[in-house]
Write a protein that binds this ligand. Sequence first.
Ligand code: 4NP
Length: 164
Amino acid sequence: MSRPPETSILFVCLGNICRSPMAAGILRSLAATSVRPIRIESAGVGPWHVGKPPDGRAIAAAQRHGIDLTGERAQMIAEVDYRSYDMILAMDRSVLANVLQRAPADATARIGLFRQVAEDVDADVDDPYTGPEDDFETCFVEIEAAAKTLYARLLEPTPEGSDG
Ligand code: 4NP
């Protein structure tokens, strides 16, 4: 049997230090033993934290759930990402608008709202950055639920001939 094609996903939030690294870490952990190879990265639309590790509160929330985010480093979404990823998933509507606004004419990635694509819910993953520490736990749990549904969808067989 031939090897299934790789899927690639870029999660995008505002600063790339809270929501999108959590989403990437969660989906990577779900996909760790997957028969379907999935390339998973994250990026932000803002430049402020480029090169920095995730917010300590995001690292701590993930750690409580057995996920290590300490190796993540913030980066900004780049033009090439629009051609090199299959999917670019924004964590909220304002990030989605920003991602769409930057899209080059030859973008091939499917661009969408994370929870919409993952679980058919037209809702944002709210930014926990300025909130209390508890918001990071809520945020993690919300992202984890959506990531599980997304992962299940990624494993669904695609119609023959589709690029999936
Ligand atoms: P994120 O949260 O978009 O989930 O990474 C934020 C992190 C930093 C900032 C805003 C949101 N900031 O303005 O620095």
